[in-house]
Design a protein. Structure first.
Length: 365
């Protein structure tokens, strides 16, 4: 019944105490199924002049309950549908106010809805996104002037490609014999799925199939299994990259992907275990930086902190200092012990050669 409710919100017509649907003559089978689902014995009117079939059910309680959702006006409200029946409701609405396109020439598929109620469509999109992750959920507004001079505003939304396929899978996968659907749109969604399967193959795949007038599976099997060519030779024969050939061989299951053995090695710097990849010798860039060091670890002569100094440093320096603070203390200690003296002519502090050896002895101690 959720499907019937969705079809009421899209193609249903309410007048006083009567509820009716009018479909094309080729869709009359659906009206018979709806009548059986509602356990009704009302006749289905067939009009060859209008090429239409019409089912009309008169029930005061039914129409009164539908009025609370805003029917038959354009400002309808989205009903509270249980989760397990949501896809049936949306499928019924799709069969009335929705569309499925499958354009083989443009290699494009789409699914969309349109309605005069913005609030209803926004809620439908929110409910649909709870079960299907979709992109581009923005409504489009269409305004036009009718023949009577009135402004008509309709809202629509459409999804393409993978988003459209996800919607079709949600609405049509695992249908039972008792489930209702419009047969014409069911066949259209099958066409859309087959077109998307061709889209996934890629332009090069389709181009090669058209060129050799055979399927990719048969072509690759003939070249790989019968003629025993490798991937590089097949790539040269059909004019594609070897990477594409190996990917197609795995996709068609003619050549299954080989399972590579995962080898773990030990980092020579920190000892951590990591997965071997190419010529990688160290677990991280930090350890690789430590491995490139050619100097030594020395102690600061003031605070004793261990610091690294490169090899060239030892050629021009003698006293290792870890910071500016320790450097200031070192210069102060040299003044206190008269290692340095002030030049009377220039005012510069110059080393006192006679006391340098004494200071060095105190530092080394």
């Amino acid at each position: 019944m959720a499907y019937v409710l969705g079809l009421i919100f899209s193609d249903g017509n309410i007048y006083k105490t009567a509820l009716s649907w009018q479909l094309q003559m080729k869709d009359k089978e659906l009206l018979f199924k709806i009548r059986d689902a509602m356990k009704s014995d009302y006749p289905i009117e067939l009009s060859t002049k209008k090429n239409a079939a019409r089912l009309r059910i008169s029930n005061f309680l039914l129409t009164e309950s539908l009025n609370q959702f805003g029917l038959p006006s354009c400002k309808i409200k989205f009903p509270e549908v249980p989760v397990k029946f949501l896809r049936d409701f949306i499928r019924g609405f799709l069969d009335g106010d929705g569309w499925i396109t499958a354009d083989k020439n443009r290699m494009e598929i789409s699914v969309g809805f349109s309605n005069g109620s913005q609030e209803f469509l926004e809620e439908l999109v929110r409910e649909l996104n709870k079960h299907v992750s979709l992109a581009n959920n923005h409504l489009r507004v269409r305004k036009k002037i009718t023949k009577r001079g009135k402004l008509s505003i309709t809202y629509g939304i459409a999804w393409y490609g993978m988003n459209a396929l996800n919607v079709l899978r949600f609405l049509y996968d695992d249908l039972n014999d008792d489930d209702l659907y419009l047969r014409r749109k069911y066949r259209r969604q099958l066409e859309a799925r087959s077109i998307y399967a061709e889209i996934e193959k890629g332009h090069k795949w389709r181009e090669i199939e058209f060129k050799y007038k055979t399927s990719m599976e048969e072509l690759l099997f003939k070249l790989f299994a019968e003629q025993e060519l490798n991937g590089i030779q097949i790539a040269k024969a059909i004019g594609v990259s070897s990477a594409s050939v190996y990917r197609w061989l795995e996709r068609t299951k003619i050549r299954m992907p080989t399972k590579r053995e995962i080898i773990f090695i030990k980092c020579p710097i920190c000892g951590a275990q990591f997965k071997q990849c190419g010529g990688k010798k160290y677990c991280s860039l930090t350890c690789a930086g430590y491995a490139r060091r050619t100097g030594k670890i020395v102690k600061c002569i003031i605070c004793g902190k261990k610091i690294y100094r490169p090899l060239w440093w030892f050629k021009v320096n003698v006293y290792p200092l870890c910071s500016l603070r320790c450097c200031g203390k070192w210069h102060g200690k040299r003044l206190e012990t008269n290692v340095r003296h002030r030049c009377e002519k220039t005012g510069q502090f110059l080393p006192n050669v006679s006391n340098v050896s004494t200071l060095e002895g105190s530092f080394n101690a």
